[in-house]
Design a protein. Structure first.
Length: 149
């Protein structure tokens, strides 16, 4: 997985906001943001740890079903209560990513005989991703917020 957040930079920005807050209301708001950032960091790390323990499905697509040419297909598989979920984690999701996971899901069903749920955890989504995902039966879930100074 190639999803990363510069946690030290985020903590630095939040700490600076807390120090600079002059009024009681601003201080309380800055503390709330700090608490939220700490919660997000902990939850995000836990989620990635869980995903890292999830098994991967690796398949040699010699017929080129997914990409049109022979290629190795690799996707995380989450098994929960006998439900199979093919999961991708992306920092930025484009329409091509949604289409590709849809094709991988069809290949997975063809090879294993199991129809999986399809999900993408996304930091950011390009325009049109949500609509295409709904059309193709892919769940797209946002996982990150953007912070700037």
């Amino acid at each position: 997985m190639s999803l990363s957040i510069d946690w030290s930079r985020l903590e630095e920005v939040v700490e600076r906001a807390v120090r600079r807050a002059r009024s009681e209301e601003l201080r309380e708001m800055a503390e709330a943001i700090k608490t939220l950032a700490d919660f997000m960091k902990t939850g995000f790390k836990e989620m990635l740890d869980r995903i890292d323990r999830v098994e991967k499905w690796v398949y040699n697509d010699v017929e080129g079903f997914v990409h049109g040419v022979p290629s190795i297909i690799e996707v995380d598989v989450v098994i929960r209560d006998k439900e199979y979920i093919l999961l991708e984690v992306k920092s930025r999701v484009g329409r091509g990513d949604v289409y590709e996971l849809s094709k991988v899901g069809k290949l997975y069903e063809r090879v294993t005989g199991v129809k999986p749920r399809l999900a993408i955890l996304a930091g950011f989504m390009d325009r049109g991703v949500k609509e295409l995902a709904e059309k193709l039966g892919v769940e797209v879930m946002p996982i990150a917020a953007s912070f700037s100074t």
